[in-house]
Design a protein around this ligand. Structure first.
Ligand code: TUI
Length: 319
């Protein structure tokens, strides 16, 4: 077993968080991950409040274990989803793609553990002051909407800048990544891409297959001209988007082209038109397994590495 402050804070067995993914982490995956002793996180994305509420009720009906809800700050329904999470006494809320400070007091009053996802030291410090209980430090190896600092330098800088626990994210898919995160001072890991390739994840099989087949250079970032870079698997859609950015299309035209493309990937498995968001860890993913098998495997890998580690420390002067 590997126990950290995160396990106590969230009431979980293993210091692993499943990243909230719009259209991807639905109740099915959340329940499987939380039942397996990690933290399952519902991806609220830009979904209407009644869908989020129904999903939360489904999760609660199927497990008593802690779970989370993730809300990106650009959702049109942030205020409503905050209200629902407070009313439903959701155990944990994670946020992304913006500054959630205004929503922290209401969530804290309802007893929700607030764990924003950040991509910079500046926002990490602000959110600690605003009352966050923990942070996810997300490097730009991650999939989806990303910042511009990589995981290896970002995590220890955030760990040094705040007192609250820090979870590492970006580029992590196995027990080696978990041990590396602990070495950087993190109390656990958040993984998104790896959890897409689980039996319980409800995305179209094409999405899972593309990740399994992907290698080290299979992702690309687009959207730099909009100021919102997004990492996804290279595909006909990302190539078209790149061309449109190079041609200097307007922000409105690019946004119009991008809208709805994540749904085409997750629901329809449309390999030509869909946006298959994934992190660089896609090259580390080579199978589709039940979430519980994955979590057990990662913990076993990490334990084996940690047992070997002391052998690197030798007495002074030893050859
Ligand atoms: O939020 C994420 N990743 C996401 S959200 C998302 S939904 C989406 N759907 C369609 C197109 C585009 C996105 C997909 N992936 N990760 C957490 C994260 N937050 N990464 C980076 C940030 C971030 C960036 C800038 C947080 C705050 C920020 O600025 C804060 C400020 O000061 O306003």
């Amino acid at each position: 077993m590997i126990k950290t402050r995160l396990c106590n804070l969230l009431g979980i067995e293993h210091p692993i968080v499943q990243g909230g993914m719009a259209w991807v982490s639905t109740a099915e995956l959340v329940v499987a991950v939380s039942k397996a002793g990690a933290l399952g996180v519902l991806g609220a994305g830009n979904a209407p409040p009644d869908w989020v509420e129904t999903q939360i009720r489904q999760i609660k009906a199927r497990t008593n274990r802690p779970f989370g809800v993730n809300m990106p700050m650009f959702s049109a329904y942030v205020a409503e989803v905050v209200d629902i999470c407070a009313r439903e006494r959701v155990p944990v809320v994670t946020t992304g793609a913006g500054n959630p400070s205004p929503h922290i007091p209401a969530l804290k009053r309802a007893g929700v553990v607030v764990m924003p996802v950040v991509a910079s030291v500046a926002l990490a410090k602000r959110l600690e002051r605003a009352g966050a209980d923990a942070l996810v430090a997300e490097g730009s190896e991650s999939g989806g909407h990303i910042g511009d600092v990589n995981t290896l330098p970002l995590v220890p800088q955030i760990v040094d800048a705040v007192q609250i626990p820090v979870v590492a994210a970006g580029g992590i898919a196995d027990g080696r990544g978990l041990v590396a995160a602990l070495a950087l001072g993190a109390v656990g890991v958040q993984m998104g891409t790896r959890f897409i390739c689980t039996a319980e994840c409800t995305v179209h099989p094409n999405y899972k297959e593309m990740i399994v087949k992907a290698g080290d250079r299979s992702t690309i970032t687009t959207g730099h001209s909009l100021g919102h870079p997004v990492r996804a698997l290279r595909s006909p859609m990302t190539r078209r988007f790149e061309e449109m950015e190079q041609k200097g299309l307007t922000e409105a035209e690019l946004i119009e082209f991008g809208t709805g493309k994540l749904r085409l990937a997750t629901v329809d498995g449309n390999v030509n038109e869909g946006s298959f968001m994934a992190g660089q860890s896609c090259g580390l993913v080579s199978d589709i397994v039940p979430a519980a098998v994955l979590i057990q495997r990662i913990i076993a890998e990490a334990e084996a590495i940690l047992r070997r580690m002391p052998q690197y420390v030798v007495p002074d002067g030893a050859t």
